[in-house]
Design a protein around this ligand. Structure first.
Ligand code: HEM
Length: 512
């Protein structure tokens, strides 16, 4: 047997069409009545055309399930055996009759799925098939039923293992649990023809063991959910189920990142702009470091605005709306100092902080340093939502390292990650498919629409300095029109409207 445990080797083996899943031995038996029949009929153990067809069946089933609803359903279900709760929630969402009985049968099948079958597991398969495909002559219905059962079996033990590992790990970020303690620790393949992996010759019929748990240690982006072309189709569902079962407490601001539509976060630069946006019903407000710096007559991105940033946070903290502060790179390369700033922002009332890895000289801070700042903040102020920003696209540097940087940041404890400047739909989709935490994208007028970003799974959309630049441009245009004798656009908030933003409790002023 060949064993691979380096990340690049395992990745190469998973992508090699010559290496196919090993079908555990066993006699098939009559259709619909044994674990060996089930294994021979599901996507998980086949390759080529049957795999494409069966995987399409599974994907169509999963497309009917909204991960957020699964999270809610599993969280609301009575406490009890995790396996049963996972499978029951899925079976119910798939509209299967008697989901409780389905779950009990699936748990029995799961125990025999990767090994030799047993009588109890064969009987459980027969019971499940009788429910899902009552006509034993209908081959297409039998194949569909097998793959619905296979999906539940795949979900059962892996999701339960994740929930148990997360419970044992205390406050360790889920992204790190997934990397360090992967629920599927190893997979087997068999060579359908001769091939070479990492310089090693593999002969037809050779068995190959892929050690995911060890491979994950040599790379930031884990292989926990496999890799194309067989990457786990239930990843989003697994994460939602695990979330619902673990029930780590979320702040009101964090909850805004876990809704069906992304959080649209407008960025303010002073108290009035923040209060005006909050009055329009935006559930949370961000700040823009460019706006704050420019308003104070300071350059952005060079660590010059710590006082202006703190002063604005203190002022916003007087309001009754949620806000998050753009704090450049934390105004220091000392993680302890950044954590102290974060603590002061939180004390001022901030619900979140945005922390970037881009530097004033156009380079990127080392990912390890940025991760150390994130960990230090989360250790000092666990309730503060850390949005870890990478400037790989913003600065046009190391764009190919984006996924790896984000993986490092979420494993360090970031609650969300942000990639300003990224607008390519495929690249955004690849990131949302690989991340555990919510992805934030910067809205740009020539980039994807809000609808596009919603479909891609983006969970937060901010507008950066756009509103500040628009407000400045409107002020300048109004003055220029006046000077040139052109008609002046006087639409805007009234004097008292603006007064009301500053003193909503009714203090009255009469000067202009
Ligand atoms: C933390 C939980 C989970 C982990 C770590 C996990 C991991 C994996 C991995 C590594 C594979 C690839 C196997 C291979 O390449 O041979 C896989 C396949 C699969 N998973 Fe998951 N899985 C999880 C949960 C789920 C859930 C919840 C579902 C369904 C709702 C699911 C459905 C499937 C299916 C149907 C396959 C077979 C896909 C194929 O062979 O094309 N998994 N999973």
């Amino acid at each position: 047997m060949h064993e691979f445990d380096r990340w690049a080797e395992v990745r190469a083996a998973l992508a090699d069409p010559a290496l196919v899943p090993e079908l555990p031995a066993g006699d098939g038996g009559p259709a619909g009545a044994s674990v060996t029949w089930l294994r021979a009929t599901v996507a998980r153990f086949c390759s080529g055309e049957p795999h494409r067809r069966r995987r399409a069946l599974v994907e169509a089933e999963l497309a009917r399930l909204e991960p957020a609803s699964l999270r809610q359903a599993v969280a609301a279900a009575p406490a009890g055996d995790v396996r049963k709760r996972v499978v029951r929630a899925l079976a119910e969402a798939l509209g299967m009759p008697e989901p409780g009985a389905v779950a009990e049968a699936v748990i029995v099948v799961a125990g025999a799925y990767f090994g030799g079958g047993d009588d109890a597991a064969d009987e459980a398969v027969a019971r499940l098939v009788a429910r899902l495909a009552p006509d034993p002559e209908d081959e297409a219905a039998l194949e569909a039923a097998a793959n619905r059962i296979g999906l539940l079996v795949q979900a059962c033990d892996a999701t339960t293992a994740l929930v148990e590992a997360a419970a044992d790990s205390g406050d360790v970020p889920l992204a790190r649990v997934l990397r360090e303690d992967p629920p599927v620790r190893a997979m087997r393949r068999v060579a359908s023809r001769a091939t070479r992996i990492a310089g090693r010759q593999i002969t037809e019929g050779d068995v190959v063991l892929l050690d995911l748990a060890t491979a994950n240690r040599s790379h930031a982006v884990p292989l926990t959910f496999g890799a194309p072309p067989r990457v786990c189709p239930g990843r989003a569902h697994a994460l939602a189920l695990a979330d619902g079962l673990i029930q780590r407490p979320l702040t009101a601001f964090a909850r805004l990142h876990h809704q069906a539509a992304p959080l649209l976060l407008p960025n303010a630069w002073d108290h009035a702009s923040a209060a005006a946006l909050a009055a329009q019903g935006f559930p949370a407000i961000g700040t823009t470091s460019l706006g704050v710096a420019a308003a104070a007559g300071l350059p952005d991105g060079v660590g010059a605005t710590v006082e202006a940033t703190m002063a604005l946070a203190r002022r916003l903290g007087q309001g009754s709306f949620l806000f998050t502060v753009d704090a450049e790179g934390g105004f220091s390369d000392n993680p302890a100092e950044v954590a102290d700033l974060a603590r002061r922002l939180h004390e001022a009332g901030a619900s979140g902080i945005n922390l970037e890895d881009g530097r004033a000289d156009g380079t990127l801070a080392p990912a390890e340093l940025h991760a150390a700042k994130i960990s230090a903040i989360k250790a000092a102020v666990p309730a503060l939502f850390v949005n870890a920003r990478t400037d790989t696209y913003w600065l046009g540097r190391q764009e190919e390292a984006t996924a790896e940087r984000l993986a490092v940041y979420e494993q360090a404890g970031a609650d969300g990650v942000f990639v300003p400047g990224l607008s390519d739909l495929d690249k955004i989709a690849a990131l949302t498919a690989a991340l555990v935490v919510p992805l934030n994208i910067l809205y740009t007028p020539d980039g994807p629409t809000l609808d596009d970003l919603t479909v891609l799974g983006v969970r937060r959309v901010s507008v950066g300095s756009l509103l500040y630049r628009r407000a400045l441009a409107a002020a300048v245009a109004t003055a220029a029109d006046l000077r040139a004798g052109r008609p002046v656009d006087c639409t805007g908030l009234s004097y008292s409207d603006v007064q009301e933003l500053a003193a909503p409790d009714g203090a009255s002023w009469t000067s202009v």
